[in-house]
Design a protein. Structure first.
Length: 118
């Protein structure tokens, strides 16, 4: 079965940076568009960024465009999210998944918690 394992979250001050990683297994990784999603406390999960199977093009939610960069390494079955200029409103659990429309295709992993302090 498909497994998605996110890592790299943590506590960071506003203006700081983090790099998230997601290791995928159980799928032909290089054939799927991959994305990052996040869920803040008390809110629904939302789309953050996506990257096509080849690495380009990429897509971003308006709230993170210009601050976050999504990338992938098909040789390592891994997708990354570089997050710069973090804001308190970026605090959430971050998840990766293969992308279907604006949602994930497979069962969600455990996610990785990002906390941005003001």
């Amino acid at each position: 079965q498909v497994q998605l394992v996110e890592s790299g979250g943590g506590l960071v001050q506003a203006g700081g940076s983090l790099r998230l990683s997601c290791a995928a297994s159980g799928l032909t990784f290089s054939t799927y568009a991959m994305g990052w999603f996040r869920q803040a406390p008390g809110k629904e999960r939302e789309f953050v960024a996506a990257v096509s199977w080849s690495g380009a093009p990429t897509y971003y939610a308006g709230s993170v465009k210009g601050r976050f960069t999504i990338s992938r390494d098909n040789a390592k079955n891994t997708v990354y999210l570089q997050m710069n200029s973090l804001k308190p409103e970026d605090t959430a659990v971050y998840y990766c998944n293969a992308v279907r429309g604006a949602d994930g295709l497979f069962a969600w992993g455990q996610g990785t918690l990002v906390t941005v302090s003001s």
